[in-house]
Each structure stands twice: as C-alpha cells, then as structure tokens.
Ligand binder design. Structure first.
Ligand SMILES: NC(=O)c1ccc[n+]([C@@H]2O[C@H](COP(=O)([O-])OP(=O)(O)OC[C@H]3O[C@@H](n4cnc5c(N)ncnc54)[C@H](O)[C@@H]3O)[C@@H](O)[C@H]2O)c1
Length: 299
C-alpha cells in the first residue's frame, strides 16, 4: 500500500471550485489572480456565460484600479476553465465548494468529492449556515474538511472565516489559513457553530430590526436611517435584508434558531409572512420596500 501523500501549500497548483454563482465566480477569480489553475464546476451554460462576463468585467475594474497589470490578464483568464461534471475535479489539489445553500445537496457533493479527489486533498465549503460536521462526516477524511467562508463579493472583500470542527487536523487548518493569506485575505478562525460569526451577527441585527418594525417602534425608513447615520453602516438592516433576499434571510435565521434551540433567535413573524406571500425583496420587486425592474428602490 502506498503511503498517503501529505498536502502542503506549495503542492497546491490547481483549485476546484464548485458553483459559478455569485460566490463561486468571485472565488475562481481570486484563485486565478493568486496564480492557481482553477476548474469550476457549473451545470448550467447560462450561469457559465454570466460568470465569464462577470469575471471579465471585474478584471477590467482591477486593471483600471492598478491592482493587476495588462500583461497579466491573458494568463489569469487562461487559468480558469469551466466543467459540468464533478468527476472533472479528479486532478485538483484543493477544493472550495460554493454550490447552492442546501444541506442535502452539499452532503451529496462532499460524498462524491471524497470518491473523486485524491485522499490528501483538503475539501472546503463556502457555506454560510450548513453544519460543517455534517459535511465532514459524509467523507472518509473528516480531518481535511473545513469551512472557507468568503464574503460577497469574494474578489473584493478581505475577510475569510475559517471554520474548524473537532475533527479538523492542525495541518489542514494551517494550509487553509496560509492559502487565505496568500490570496490577500484576512482569515479569522471560527469553531463550527450555527452561522459562524459574520452571519450570526448580521442576522441577529436584521431580525431585531424586523421586530422593531413589527412592534411599531419606528418606520422602516427610520430604522434603516438609524443604522446608516448612527452606526455608519452602508445599508440599513431592512434594505440589506431585501438585498440578500428574504427567503435566504429566513433560512439563515431558522438555521440559527434550530442550531441553538434558543428562543432569542426566533425569526420575526413579519419576516415569515412576507416570505409566505412571495415578497422576497429586491429580486421579486417587493420586500420591506418596493423596487423598479432595474433593482432601484421606488421612491
Ligand atoms: N451570496 C452571498 O452573499 C454569500 C456569501 C457568503 C457565502 N455564501 C454561500 O456560498 C454558497 C454559494 O452561494 P451563491 O450565492 O453563489 O449561490 P448561487 O445560487 O448564486 O450559486 C450556486 C451555483 O452552484 C451551482 N452548482 C454547481 N454544482 C452544483 C450541484 N451539484 N448542485 C447544486 N448546484 C450546483 C448552481 O448551478 C449555481 O449556479 C452558498 O453556500 C452560500 O450560502 C453566499
């Protein structure tokens, strides 16, 4: 029996990214800009087309801001390839999963990744709320399964939450941390717990803002103004909820509530009512506010 190869940061040449949605495309771009070959798995042609266009546009912006040089552009583009089947990840040295936020989908992906990728390959997920332990236990390498939670938009935002489970090895953790640093990010370390740090804090704020509205404490505009002018937040919590999508917000709050079994995280009934009638925020034209077809807020 040949001994299992040990992974080092220097041994990583090709990164597999699953999903070319809002997050996957940004993660693919950052990885290619850092010098890695990237294989992106995305089943849908139209999503691949949008991802390519978005990466082109973002690289152009990076060029205009002097963050990359013109002569680097063709190499960055050539490092990213798109594939449709997970089996195409057989040659990769590291994986960042950014598929849809659904526990069953992610468990299935991790079960398959464990079969497709070499045993020394570290498997990470960009999930915001799925329990890491569930994904780790779907594999025969729980010591090499971690969260690598980028913020939106991944190519710009500096923070990466690195999530460890009790089964994560120190070696795997160090490699993920070094990789995040190499990508120009600031990593923070988080123990696997419901919604980690960033999502837990922002969802708690959003839920409290919805309760303020529900209880008639103030108007939606004044609640948002309070946090924009009073706390220097770029968006108010209700505007932010509409931007994220109220169905996504509710799912995160339910993950917090179920994860802790603590009534302090119960989602506000007003949020549930809005989701039930399909007022999901900007993407449906109506949430806490109303929106025009181009996504701008109706005055
Ligand atoms: N959007 C955000 O602001 C944000 C921020 C941080 C983390 N996240 C997390 O990142 C992940 C991706 O989020 P997103 O907003 O990019 O989602 P998204 O729905 O925009 O993109 C997900 C993509 O994954 C693709 N995909 C590839 N393989 C798949 C498979 N086997 N099954 C299902 N889908 C597959 C889908 O077709 C889709 O295009 C989620 O786990 C989410 O919680 C999102």
């Amino acid at each position: 029996m040949t001994p299992e190869k040990t992974m080092t940061l220097d041994a990583i040449k090709t990164i597999g990214v699953i999903g070319a949605g809002q997050m996957g495309r940004g993660i693919a771009q950052v990885s290619a800009q850092t010098g890695y070959n990237v294989i992106v798995i995305e089943p849908y042609d139209e999503v691949i087309k949008k991802a390519r266009a978005s990466i082109d546009k973002n690289l152009q912006v990076a060029l205009e801001k002097g963050k990359i040089k013109k002569k680097e552009l063709p190499a960055i583009h050539s490092r990213i390839t798109f594939e449709k089947e997970l089996d195409s990840l057989a040659p990769v040295d590291f994986v960042i999963e950014a598929a849809v936020e659904n526990t069953a989908v992610k468990v299935d992906i991790f079960t398959r990744l464990d079969q497709v990728c070499a045993p020394h390959v570290i498997l990470t997920t960009n999930t915001s709320s799925v329990r890491l332990g569930k994904l780790a236990s779907a594999t025969k390498r729980p010591d090499k399964v971690l969260g690598m939670h980028f913020m939106y938009p991944a190519q710009m935002m500096k923070l990466v939450e690195i999530i460890k489970t009790p089964a994560t090895s120190e070696e795997s953790y160090q490699i993920v941390k070094e990789l995040a640093l190499k990508m120009g990010k600031t990593p923070i370390t988080v123990t696997d717990s419901p919604c980690f740090i960033t999502s837990r804090l922002i969802q708690t704020l959003i839920n409290e803002a919805i309760f303020c509205l529900y209880q008639g404490v103030s108007t939606k505009e004044e609640i948002d103004t309070a946090m924009k002018l009073g706390m220097n937040h770029p968006m108010g919590p209700l505007e932010l909820a509409d931007f994220i999508g109220l169905d996504v917000v509710l799912a995160m709050q339910q993950a917090l509530y179920n994860g802790f079994q603590d009534p302090k995280y119960r989602p506000c009934p007003l949020l549930m009512s809005l989701v039930e009638v399909g007022h999901l925020g900007r993407k449906t034209g109506r949430g806490f506010y109303e929106y025009n077809k181009d996504g701008t807020k109706k005055s």
